[in-house]
Design a protein around this ligand. Sequence first.
Ligand code: CO
Length: 663
Amino acid sequence: MSEPQAACAAATQATAHPLDPLSAAEIERATGLLGSARRLGPDDRFAMVRLEEPSKAGVLAMSAGGRPPPRRVFIVVLNRLSGTSAEAVVDLSAGAVVSWHPLANAEAPYGQPPVMVEEFFRCEAIVKADAGWRAAMRQRGLSEAEIDLVQVDPFSSGFFDLEYERGRRIVRAVSFYRADPKDNAYAHPIDGVVAVVDLIAGRVTHLTNGPVVPIPKKKRNYDRASLPAPRTDLRPLDLVQPEGPSFSVDGWAVTWQNWTFRIGFTAREGLVLHQLSWKDGGKTRPIVYRASVTEMVVPYADPGPTHFWKSAFDAGEYGLGKLANALELGCDCLGNIRYFDVAMADDDGRPYTMKNAVCLHEEDYGILWKHYEFRNETYEVRRSRRLVISFFATVGNYDYGFYWYLYQDGSIQLEAKLTGIIQTTAVAPGTTYAHGGMVDEGLGGPTHQHFFNVRLHMMVDGEGNSVSEHEFVPRPFGPDNPYGNAFDTTARVFARESEAAREADGRTGRYWKITNPNVRNAVGNPTGYKLVVQPSPLMLAQEGSFVRRRGGFATRHLWVTPYDPAEKYASGDYPNVHAGGDGLPAYILKDRPIENRDIVVWHSFGHTHVCKPEDFPVMPVEYAGFTLKPNGFFDANPALDLPAGGNAASIDNRTGEGGDCCH
Ligand code: CO
């Protein structure tokens, strides 16, 4: 490292908050230190580089005036020739490698570091050089020139305990015809051909060549030139904040009215929110210590050879953060935008900057509270405004937006936006597609599910939190219910992990609360937040199936664990080519106590997607998510202090005049 670089790294360390994402200088220094200490060579790759977050105790001690914890970097190294990999931790403060653990990924239950960007290209080159695959393409009527133009998608392979899967670093490659490089290849799936590519051996180790189905050739492009003439009756809609936004940003720390939090970002999870707190009078009240989406899986429900194995774990097998978009001003986010650039490591461990990866802005959100009292003409109304913290990741054919919303009444919401292009399949003329919906002539979309899991390290008013389940139960007629109108709300506190792996139930209105039994509100109850879930499916794949074992987190809506820094991801550390059983179902086997503890709440939610013509060629956004709502956290409506007064820019459309403001 040159002297200016070293000085820059030192300056970064001196000013970095322990939870700040790694800077480019820190990434360079960490991969450099590891490279020299372990004598890494040109065939070693950096499959994952992230901040090794300090312990919660260390961060809280620093906030209370103690010394900052050491700044550490977690790195997964993969040798592309041997296929061996190892986890390392580099201490930037000490300038030393503090741990190096080879991964046992040759032994059951296996598991591989995530698919790297360079492997996308290597996969395509290996497949196109394979004589068997080329023959399968010729069998489908493609010329040599057309074969060279075929789009090869490296799909994370899944696992079915086959010889060529065990301990191997493989992807399964699927192919799409293109008339030219700009063509939307997903309109032209080449069905029945799946190449298993061993990325270490550098060859196709298994080729499925199923029945020949005609390739749908109709063009379904969505670039501007291919689309119909745009509608002409739209006039500008501007979000104008003449005095600027109401948030303030200091490094990665954000303050917005009573809210304070820190923005984090990792290669696997993408956006992370740290230390979400609410300033209540002179006091800062913690609510969530850390929040992120740690996994999402998309299992496909078509038993045919092209699809049965598809079950991409987009966070653990690729990395939602690594695949984040550079957001465009006025397109992805509207209004007065504060972007955050994020430093990321490439496959060679070199830092690069992801421009505009995270977007922060405010939005109007209709009415927050209102009442008109006709007897005395009291008319009070307050508009709701929300703070939006978001990022978008493109994982192959799909695009996912992750939007966190903070509201003025203390609510916290996560909305996942699902868009992009569906996986497709060729359907022979005259046949009916039994495992999905048709989206065009000869073109079907296999039915599939999308499951997300959010990890919420809770901290409602402090460390000791509990989770309770509540249900509505009808009360029979009797002396205590003479009119039959009364019903009861049950409550039970989960004592251990085994009790807290739960399904939602709309019929009983089942809901869950996270409370602090050590802090009471004005009516004498523990302060708390309610987890408001949306109607959401669970994993429909059969008990005993590999995908159910690998994506076990999606078999329950709720899981609660005591905080263990080693338990980071709903699907476990290395879901790629993993036999399954890791993650939440394994974590809770210890059946630890969870009452009045430092706890993590994990919520699985998602969407079952039956494809339809409207999904093609690019699908309109589908939504999935949840809300955390204050429930006895405050002693009254916390938004009574919102200023009255209307929006001066609003006009009466009939007269063009401004309003006379609110009552
Ligand atoms: Co879908």
